[in-house]
Design a protein around this ligand. Structure first.
Ligand code: M6R
Length: 370
């Protein structure tokens, strides 16, 4: 089942061009020679209701929550409906308010996560429209929601979620496009995103070529105690998910930090020894990330900069740092590209540190008790 790969996680990272293709198959509508829009069969009868919602709630745990976070801004941009992020356990702990006019979107690879399932029952009891985004046909969340989208990433066996994460973002991007379908003003933006969705599998193939570079970086970092990851905008989710991958499989402390919060505490940690990855690929927040890099440089931070191919000199004119150069896509799809080097890094760190890649200590693939 692992084919030529040594571990499921490795296989699942490398099959992302195919899993993404499957996620999109039959869902991009052709108008003449051009792809015009998106058709999500499981949602089409509910789009009007979702557009009229008072707000959308994204509810999930772990990686699935981060996939929601990565698409939040696009859903808000295209639908005009405010999106609130909810970790399922926290929504339940505080018995947060849910309204009949809300649309609650439950994101879960397995479709069986206890907290997410309980949050679904909770939201249903208030009369919210409940939408599932799952990878498992017939799962409890798929059955319990009013409508939904299957991400069709194929079976994911490694405990660390990899291909499901990228397919969740692709599926929710299509959901955002479907929600924005009747607005003329966003027509160019929608077309540009659709064009890049079509390019996505090839771009992921390109970024997978960084495998050896990430192995070299893992060799440099394997003895470290800690790794920080700074991101913002669309890639705040990448910082959180990248850090989660490193901690859950490589058993190394790692923290994803919103770069805008750097001066409010994390800056105190910066010295010549602590490795820091700064995500600074091109988007509306890129110049802010450039100034974060300068501030970290001024404190002699040990930087690894993730930037758009060809931007290394621009981002760090003084050089001297390691770069992870990635291909560019529309800002909202960039998290799918940017997470891949982190997945590879976490994988190689784990192998080098001698830990179990597919079955990390203390973790289960599906958390069915809360
Ligand atoms: O099956 P789910 O997507 O609901 O699982 C949620 C989390 O338990 C899961 O994403 C977890 O964080 C992964 N092990 C992360 O790689």
């Amino acid at each position: 089942q692992k084919g030529n790969y040594e571990h499921y996680m490795q296989k699942e990272i490398h099959e992302q061009p195919e899993s993404l293709t499957t996620t999109m198959r039959g869902r991009l509508i052709h108008g003449g020679s051009k792809v015009k829009g998106v058709l999500l069969g499981g949602l089409k009868d509910h789009l009007k209701t979702i557009r009229r919602s008072r707000r959308i709630l994204f509810i999930g745990c772990g990686t699935s929550y981060y996939a929601g976070l990565a698409t939040r801004a696009l859903v808000e941009e295209l639908s005009g409906v405010p999106v609130t992020m909810e970790l399922a356990s926290d929504l339940l702990d505080r018995r947060g308010p849910v309204y009949r006019e809300d649309t609650a979107i439950f994101v879960s690879q397995s479709g069986e996560t206890a907290d997410t399932l309980e949050a679904l029952e909770y939201a249903k009891s208030f009369g919210a429209l409940c939408v599932g985004v799952t990878n498992t046909v017939g799962s409890a969340i798929a059955r319990g929601t009013h409508c939904g989208v299957h991400i069709n990433a194929g079976c994911e066996i490694g405990v660390a979620s990899t291909k499901a994460y990228t397919s969740q973002i692709a599926a929710m991007t299509m959901m955002a496009l479907a929600l924005g379908d009747d607005t003329l003003s966003s027509c160019n933006r929608r077309e540009a995103i659709i064009d890049d969705l079509i390019n996505l599998p090839n771009k992921v193939r390109e970024v997978l070529k960084l495998d050896n570079d990430m192995k070299e970086l893992a060799k440099e970092l394997m003895e470290e105690q800690s790794l920080l990851v700074f991101g913002r905008g669309y890639n705040y989710a990448t910082a959180l998910e990248g850090a989660l991958k490193v901690k859950e499989v490589a058993l190394m402390h790692s923290e994803g930090i919103l770069a805008g919060e750097m001066k409010h505490g994390p800056l105190a940690l910066v010295d010549e020894n602590l490795p820091i990855i700064v995500i600074a690929t091109r988007d509306a927040t890129c110049s802010k990330q450039q100034s974060v890099i300068q501030q970290l440089q001024a404190r002699k931070g040990r930087l690894i900069v993730m930037c758009t191919k060809g931007d290394a000199n621009l981002m760090c004119p003084n050089g001297g740092y390691r770069f992870i150069e990635v291909p560019q896509l529309q800002d909202c799809l960039q998290p799918i590209i940017n997470i891949v080097p982190f997945q590879l890094l976490a994988y190689h760190l784990t192998v080098l540190r001698g830990f179990n890649v597919d079955q990390p200590r203390n973790l289960a693939k599906s958390v069915t008790i809360s």
